[in-house]
Design a protein around this ligand. Structure first.
Ligand SMILES: O=P(O)(O)OC[C@H]1O[C@](O)(COP(=O)(O)O)[C@@H](O)[C@@H]1O
Ligand SMILES: [Mn+2]
Length: 643
C-alpha cells in the first residue's frame, strides 16, 4: 500500500489505540446480522401512499410490535400502537382528545414511553450502539440511552428510571419524546432503501417524495423511464421537456411544473389559447377528489394539445439524425394525409380523430412555428434555472444508476433487452455494437454525459436520453414503440398496443434469469433479479415471483391510475438476515383512514428465500467494504506501529 496514503490515514488514526479500536469495531460489525433492505418501485408521485409504506416498513413495524406484545395486548391495542409509531404527531393529538383529566393522560404517557423504549430496544438489537445513537432524536439521546440500558432494573436503579420518565412528563416533553422514538423505530426497521425506479409522473407529489428521499438515512435509486425523462428535460433535451409537461397536463398536475418548481407556463398558455380549442381526448384525467373548474380544465386541455404537438414535431429531427435508433416508423406527422385526415402506419390506413394540427405546416410537418420554438426556449431556460428542480435532479443523479448489483442481486427498473432466443439484444451506436451489460453501461455513460452538459440540446448524449425513454432497445422502456400519437388520434385500439421486449415472457424462465445474472458477474445460484416497471396483474393470476424465485417483480402499484388493471396496489420486498419476503399491499385510502380506523394496507407475505443460516454483515456489500477497511488499517498498523 502506498505510504503516502498511509501517512494521510495516520493523521486520522494518530495513535495505536485508535487503529486497534477501529479494527475491533469493524470486525465486530461483520458478525452482526445483515441489515434489512426495503425495495419499492413505481412510486409515480404518490407521496401519501409511499409515506405509509415507509412509515410501516412494509409491515416490519407491526411485526416487531407483535413479536413483543402479541400475548400482552389485544389486536386493537396493537393496531393503535402501530398507528402511533407510523403517524406519532397526529395520533397523539387524537388520543389526547379521549382523556378527561391529566392523571389519565400521565398514565398513558408512562405506559407508552415504556412500550416505545422496549420497541426501540428490540428493533435495534442487531445494530451497534453507535448506529442506534445516530438514529435517536438529538435532544433526547442521553435520556433515551439511560432508559435503554437499564441493566439492573430490579434493584436500586428502578426509582431512578421512574423518576426520569415522570420528569419528562411533568416538564411537558412526553409528546416530543414519543414522536422522536417513533421515528427512531421507523428508521431502525429498515436499514437501507432501494427505489427501483419511477418516482415521477402521473401522481401529484413527486417533489415531496424526492424531499423524503433526500432526508432518508440510506437509499439508492435505479432510474425508471419517467425519472430519466425528467433528468433529460433538466439536462437540456427539449423533447424530454415537452414530454414531462404533456404528462403533467394529462394527469392534471401542471401545478408541479408551475407552483412546485416555479416554471412559468404563461408563454405556453398564450400559444395554447391562440391555436387550440376544447378536445375530448386531451381533457385532463381528473383526481377523483378534486374539483377543477370548467374554465381551468379547458385551459389544461389546450396546453395539453399545444405541448403534445410540439413533442411530436421535436421527435422527428432526432429520428432523422440518428438512423441507428431505427425509429423511422415514428415519423408520424409525415405519414398523415392531411386532406383525407388519415394516416398509414405499418402498411395500414386509419382515419384520424380529434386532431389538432393547426400549427402543422403540411409541407414540413416537423417544423416548429417561431412561436413554438420561443416557448420551448423559455421553458427550458426556466427549467434549468429552477433551484428546487436542480436540487432534486442532482440528487437523482448522485444516488441513481441504470442498474445496481447489491448483495448478490441485480436491481433494474425495466429490462435487459433480449431477442426471441434469449440472447442479449444488440444495438449499434455510432458504428459500435453493444449488448447486455455493456449496452447498459453505455446508456449510463451517455446519460451522465448529457447531465454534465446542460448547454447542449441536440447532441447524441441528449438524444440518447430520449431513446432511453422510448427506444426499442432501451433497458428502461422495453417495448417496441411508444404509441402516444395513436392513443390520442386513432380509434382502433390495435394501434395502441405496445409490444413488449421478449424479455418479459422469457423472464418467466429460470435459465434466462441465470444467464442475465451471469452476464452481470453475479452468482446465479444465489442472486435474484429485482424488477419494477410492469404492474403485476394479480387479477389475471399473474405471479410476481417468477423463474423459480430468481425473478421478483415488485411494481409497487402506487399509481392510482393503474390499480384497476392490477387488482391490487402492488408489492414491496424486504430482505433481512433471515431471507426475502414479498409484501402485497391492498390499496391505500388515506392517512386519515389509518389514523381513525387503524386500517393497514398490508396483506400476505410470501417467502421468497429462506436463509439456512442467518446472513451476517460479512456476506454483504457493506461487509466487503468493511473487510477492505480492516485490511487497510492492518497495513497502517504494520507501517506505523510495526505490529
Ligand atoms: O397511461 P398513460 O399515461 O397514457 O401512459 C402510457 C405510457 O406509459 C408507458 O407505459 C410508460 O410508463 P410506465 O413506465 O409507467 O409503464 C408507456 O409505455 C405508455 O406509452
Ligand atoms: Mn416504468
Amino acid at each position: 500500500m502506498n505510504s503516502k496514503y498511509l501517512d494521510l490515514l495516520a493523521q486520522k488514526y494518530d495513535c495505536e489505540e485508535k487503529v486497534v479500536t477501529e479494527i475491533i469495531n469493524l470486525e465486530a460489525i461483520l458478525n452482526l446480522p445483515k441489515g434489512t433492505e426495503h425495495f419499492v418501485s413505481d412510486l409515480h408521485g404518490e407521496y401519501q401512499a409511499f409515506q405509509h409504506v415507509l412509515r410501516n416498513g412494509s409491515g416490519n413495524v407491526k411485526g416487531k410490535i407483535e413479536d413483543l406484545y402479541k400475548k400482552l395486548l389485544t389486536e386493537k391495542e396493537i393496531k393503535e400502537f402501530a398507528t402511533l409509531v407510523y403517524y406519532p404527531e397526529e395520533k397523539i393529538k387524537l388520543i389526547k382528545n379521549d382523556f378527561d383529566n391529566e392523571r389519565e393522560l400521565h398514565q398513558w404517557y408512562t405506559v407508552i414511553i415504556e412500550r416505545m423504549i422496549n420497541l426501540v430496544s428490540y428493533a435495534s438489537s442487531k445494530y451497534t450502539r453507535s448506529k442506534l445513537r445516530k438514529a435517536l432524536p438529538d435532544q433526547f439521546v442521553y435520556i433515551i440511552e439511560e432508559l435503554l440500558y437499564k441493566t439492573d432494573e430490579f434493584t436500586n436503579k428502578e426509582p431512578y428510571y421512574t423518576k426520569i420518565v415522570q420528569q419528562i412528563i411533568s416538564l411537558g416533553q412526553a409528546d416530543k419524546l414519543i414522536i422522536g422514538l417513533a421515528y427512531t423505530t421507523q428508521q431502525l426497521v429498515v436499514d437501507h432503501l432501494h427505489v427501483v425506479g419511477d418516482i415521477y409522473d402521473r401522481g401529484p407529489e413527486p417533489d415531496k417524495i424526492m424531499d423524503t428521499l433526500i432526508n432518508y438515512h440510506s437509499v439508492d435509486i435505479q432510474w425508471g423511464n419517467h425519472d430519466v425523462l425528467w433528468l433529460g428535460a433538466f439536462a437540456g433535451s427539449k423533447v424530454c421537456l415537452a414530454n414531462i409537461i404533456r404528462i403533467c397536463a394529462r394527469y392534471d398536475n401542471l401545478d408541479i411544473i408551475e407552483d412546485v418548481y416555479g416554471i412559468n407556463l404563461r408563454p405556453l398558455l398564450n400559444l395554447a389559447e391562440k391555436y387550440y380549442d376544447d378536445n375530448p381526448v386531451f381533457r385532463p384525467k381528473r383526481h377523483s377528489d378534486e374539483k377543477v373548474s370548467e374554465e381551468e380544465q379547458l385551459q389544461i386541455t389546450k396546453i395539453h394539445q399545444a405541448i403534445a404537438m410540439i413533442q411530436f414535431k421535436l421527435e422527428s429531427p432526432i429520428i432523422k439524425r440518428r438512423p441507428y435508433f431505427k425509429m423511422s416508423e415514428r415519423l408520424l406527422l409525415e405519414k398523415i394525409d392531411y386532406d383525407r385526415n388519415e394516416i398509414t402506419i405499418h402498411g395500414e390506413t386509419y382515419p384520424l380523430e380529434n386532431t389538432c394540427f393547426a400549427t402543422v405546416n403540411q409541407e414540413q410537418p416537423d417544423q416548429l412555428l417561431e412561436e413554438e420554438a420561443q416557448v420551448m426556449d423559455k421553458l427550458l431556460f426556466s427549467v434549468q434555472h429552477s433551484e428546487k428542480l436542480a436540487r432534486h435532479m442532482n440528487f437523482l443523479m448522485k444516488k441513481g444508476s441504470l442498474y445496481l448489483k447489491y448483495n448478490g442481486n441485480l436491481l433494474i427498473h425495466g429490462c435487459i433487452p433480449l431477442d426471441e432466443e434469449g440472447n442479449m439484444e444488440k444495438m449499434v451506436i455510432e458504428n459500435k455494437t453493444y449488448a447486455g451489460r455493456d449496452l447498459l453501461d453505455t446508456f449510463e455513460r451517455y446519460l451522465r454525459h448529457a447531465f454534465a452538459h446542460p448547454e447542449e440540446t441536440d447532441d447524441l448524449a441528449k438524444d440518447m436520453v430520449w431513446y432511453l425513454w422510448s427506444g426499442e432497445y432501451s433497458s428502461l422502456f422495453g417495448k417496441r414503440e411508444m404509441t402516444t400519437f395513436e392513443r390520442y388520434f386513432i380509434k382502433d385500439k390495435k394501434t395502441h398496443k405496445e409490444r413488449k421486449n421478449p424479455y418479459y415472457h422469457l423472464r418467466e424462465n429460470e435459465e434466462t434469469c441465470r444467464k442475465i445474472l451471469t452476464e452481470f458477474d453475479l452468482n446465479p445460484d444465489q442472486g435474484h433479479i429485482i424488477n419494477g416497471h410492469t404492474p403485476v396483474k394479480e387479477i389475471e393470476g399473474e405471479n410476481p415471483i417468477k423463474a423459480n424465485g430468481k425473478m421478483i417483480v415488485i411494481d409497487g402499484g402506487f399509481s392510482k391510475a393503474y390499480q384497476s388493471t392490477t387488482g391490487i396496489a402492488g408489492y414491496t420486498l424486504l430482505y433481512n438476515s433471515f431471507g426475502m419476503q414479498l409484501v402485497a399491499h391492498t390499496h391505500f385510502n388515506s392517512k386519515e383512514d389509518v389514523l381513525l380506523n387503524g386500517t393497514d394496507v398490508l396483506s400476505v407475505k410470501r417467502l421468497v428465500d429462506k436463509e439456512l443460516e442467518r446472513k451476517k454483515v460479512l456476506e454483504t456489500n457493506v461487509g466487503e467494504e468493511i473487510l477492505q477497511e480492516v485490511s487497510i488499517l492492518n497495513s497502517l498498523m504494520e507501517y506505523r506501529y510495526m505490529k
